[in-house]
Every structure is written in C-alpha cells, then in structure tokens.
Design a protein around this ligand. Structure first.
Ligand SMILES: N[C@@H](CCC(=O)N[C@@H](CS)C(=O)NCC(=O)O)C(=O)O
Length: 191
C-alpha cells in the first residue's frame, strides 16, 4: 500500500493509495519525517519499504504502478522522453531556478523581489506559451504528468508575475482548463 508520509489521511479514488498532508510549517523538519526523507522536502511517498522523495519520480511511479492505462505517462519511448524532458524542465528551470529563489526571498521576509527573478518567471511563461502554441498540452496532444507537475508551480508563480492574456493566451486557457478539471483540483488540494 502506498501512502504519502504526512499527517492527515484522505482516501483517493484508487484503492490502496492513501494520501496525507503536512499541516503545519516545520512538520517536514521533524526527526520522524527526516528519518524517512532526509531532504525534509514534500512530497514523500512510501510504498511498502520503498521511499521516493521527489515529486517527478513519485508521479511517474504512481502512473506506472497504479494507472489504469499509460496515457498520463506513455510507455512509448519517444512519447515518454517528451514527457520526461518537460518534467526535467519543471524540476530545473521552473522550480529550482525560478520558483525557489522567489519563494526563499518571500519566506525570508524580503519585501522587494529583484526584477531579474521576476524576468525569469516571464521567460518560463514564454517557453510554456510556445509549447502550448504547438500542441494543446505541454508535452504533446494529450494530458500527461508533465501538465500536473507544471500547474502546481505555475499556479504559485502567477502571484508574482501577472499572466497577461494578450501575451500568454494559451497558457491562461491551459491554466483554466487544468484548474477546472476535477483531477487537477485534486492535485492542487494535495499540493
Ligand atoms: N525537486 C523536489 C523539490 C521538493 C521541494 O523543495 N518541495 C518544497 C515545497 S514545494 C519543500 O518541501 N520545501 C520545504 C523545505 O525545503 O523545507 C520535488 O519535486 O519533489
């Protein structure tokens, strides 16, 4: 049985998978959490004796193991590579180099975020807009885990850098579609 190592448990639609949430700031720094995930980051997934501590590894593993089909993470090598390249883009350019510097500044009570950090967000928007001009979802014609991964970060970033409709129409439509889709609402509730 798989469970997210956090406090509150809530059953998902898939039988056998339980999810929970870190409810208070600092819970992920407690010794019992660090014993499972030494990085102290969320999310963490345990599945029997195995532990995964990165969201990208977790979502791809969950689809491979519990997905009713492979549409969210295709088994076809080139389709999978296209999804992986967006997941790596999210992990590196979007999360580590864009989201993290801004959120660190905010959490350290810096009231002014340097323009360069905001410009980095707009560069991400431009890249995503160009992906979405080419196809309806970030990695191609179908919804995949790459969309799930990006929406969580992008839906935090537009607090800092406005998503102007005239410049990023596809990205805005994509966000609307993603965020009104029941499965995405669930993802955002779990984030
Ligand atoms: N690459 C990791 C990043 C995980 C990460 O840094 N998560 C943030 C929340 S979005 C976190 O746990 N921050 C709390 C901390 O570092 O104390 C992943 O995708 O799982």
């Amino acid at each position: 049985m798989a469970s997210l190592h956090q406090q509150r448990n809530a059953t998902t639609r898939r039988p056998g998978v339980r999810c929970g949430f870190v409810q208070r700031i600092g819970e992920n720094r407690k010794p019992e959490y660090l014993a499972i995930n030494p990085h102290g980051t969320v999310p963490t997934l345990t599945d029997d004796d195995d532990v995964l501590t990165d969201s990208h590894a977790i979502i791809t593993y969950l689809v491979d193991k519990y997905g009713v089909d492979d549409s969210l993470y295709p088994k076809d090598l080139i389709q999978r590579a296209k999804v992986n390249q967006i997941l790596f883009y999210e992990a590196t350019m979007v999360f580590d180099r864009t989201f993290l510097p801004i959120s660190k500044a905010v959490f350290n009570n810096h009231n002014v975020i340097p323009v360069a950090k905001i410009d980095a967000v707009y560069s991400v928007y431009e890249r995503l807009e160009s992906f979405l001009q080419e196809h309806p979802f970030v990695a191609g014609e179908n919804l995949t885990v790459a969309d799930f991964s990006l929406i969580v970060t992008i839906s935090s970033l537009f607090t800092y850098a406005e998503l102007v409709e005239s410049k990023y129409p596809k990205l805005l439509i994509g966000l609307d579609v993603w965020s009104s889709c029941p499965i995405m609402l669930r993802v955002m509730m779990l984030a």
